[in-house]
Design a protein around this ligand. Structure first.
Ligand SMILES: [Zn+2]
Length: 424
């Protein structure tokens, strides 16, 4: 090969880099709602249908977003939960799990106190063809995995509530153990700007001081706040029985603090134009901590006017190509894939070949990355028409060729496909 051709090819290969977020988006957000206080299956369904479809719903025409939900099993009779609802409710939950719109276990519930409770719930999921990969600690449920903030014993082998072996075997490999940040935007350096609100100087000053303290303690090696300074959405971790998991960080950037406006009646004050713009400007990821089952006191529908306006702003940001909105599971899978893949760029005549190896940097014995985790992966390339991608040696047959973005660079993407919401 002539020296100038070789130099040209090396330059081309070096110019192929992974874009942070799927083209054309500059940020990624999951609304991660704990289902606490959801009154019944109708409220659960109506909320989900309004957010995820463009159908006509009791709250108006749906927004066509992609927003998941959580589920638990053993709760007091006044709350929607798997064992409390009727057969139609259980069938609804199963179809939402299978389609990806229920993506997180929210503990096994307040009344699940033993390994047998966990086993019964996992058996039910598996017999229905359902698998959940994400665990979220709930209140002070004894099946929780965090022993300090969330008072759980789910991963303590000597506890009657020990279930971690069963739950990890079921498929859970992403866990949330009570950590919420006021910093808007993870997977970018932590920025405290935006927490202070000129209209609420005292309350927002307290929130800023709290977050600052967490950041300082985190840098000093404090275990409880270990996730705050690195500000990563995912951290490689272990349960107390030694099993490897990815732990994730949630965010509530409201000026009133992480436990403020984390509800259906409050989310309209969280999903503001300022917040959405800030996340896009920072090019970060956000798993938003909230409880959409806690609705406005006088509301006759699950989401009140303010919440609906907030979600409309979110839908607009996505329609403008700024913010990709997806479920918690999909956001975690995408972030994990970015971290774990290995990429080699070579030339085949005049074609640029990007070889992606999915197990290049995998963590311990966790389940492998799935095809859906790779959707949206975008590589800058000087010549999209002559760029191919192989995944584990197999060519990706359909690639999207993208025009130049704000950086002036063209790219190719593995297409991002939407989940399919069930009919009923
Ligand atoms: Zn909860």
């Amino acid at each position: 090969m002539p020296a100038n051709t070789m130099a040209h090819n090396i330059a081309m290969e070096e110019s192929v880099t992974l874009r942070h977020w799927p083209y054309p988006y500059c940020a990624m957000l999951a609304v991660c709602s704990d289902l606490d206080e959801t009154p019944d299956r109708k409220a659960y369904w109506d909320t989900s249908e309004f957010l995820n479809t463009t159908r006509s719903t009791p709250m108006g025409q749906g927004l066509g977003l992609e927003i998941g939900n959580t589920i638990y099993f053993d709760m007091t009779a006044d709350q929607f939960a798997y064992w409390n609802t009727d057969d139609a409710g259980r069938s609804m939950v199963q179809s939402l799990v299978r389609s990806g719109y229920i993506d997180c276990l929210h503990s096994f519930g307040d009344l699940a106190t033993t390994r047998e409770h966990a086993q019964r719930a996992l058996d039910e999921l598996e017999q229905s063809g359902c698998r959940l990969d994400v665990w979220i600690d709930h209140a002070q449920a004894v099946t929780n995995f965090d022993g300090s903030i969330m008072m759980g014993e789910g991963d303590v082998t000597s506890s009657p509530a020990y279930h971690a072996d069963l739950t990890i075997r079921h498929g859970v490999h992403y866990v949330w153990r009570g950590r919420v940040s006021s910093v808007l935007g993870q997977d970018v350096p932590p920025q405290l700007g935006g927490i202070l609100s000129p209209a609420h100087p005292i309350a927002s000053g307290k929130t800023l001081a709290k977050e600052l303290t967490k950041q300082v303690l985190s840098r000093m090696g404090n275990e409880k706040y270990a996730m705050h300074a690195p500000n990563r959405i995912l951290t490689r971790s272990q349960l107390r029985d030694g099993q490897p998991v990815y732990e994730f960080l949630r965010c509530n950037p409201h000026w009133g603090g992480v436990s403020s406006h984390e509800t259906a009646w409050g989310i309209g004050d969280v999903l503001t134009d300022r917040m959405l713009k800030q996340l896009v400007d920072r090019q970060g990821a956000c798993i938003l901590y909230t409880h959409l089952g806690k609705s406005e006191p006088d509301a006759t529908v699950p989401l009140g006017a303010s919440a609906i306006e907030g979600f409309r702003r979110l839908a607009k940001s996505q329609a403008n190509g700024e913010m990709l909105v997806t479920t918690t599971r999909r956001l975690l899978g995408y972030c994990r894939a970015k971290e774990e893949i290995g990429v080699t760029v070579t030339h085949d005549n005049d074609t640029i070949v990007i070889d992606v190896k999915t197990s290049a940097h995998c963590y311990a014995t966790l389940p492998p990355i799935i095809d859906r985790d790779l959707e949206g992966l975008t590589f800058y390339t000087p010549d999209p028409d002559r760029t191919r991608i192989n995944v584990d040696g197999e060519p990706v047959l359909t690639l999207t060729q993208n025009a130049a973005d704000a950086t002036g660079r063209t790219s190719v993407s593995i297409p991002w496909t939407r989940l399919e919401f069930p009919e009923s």
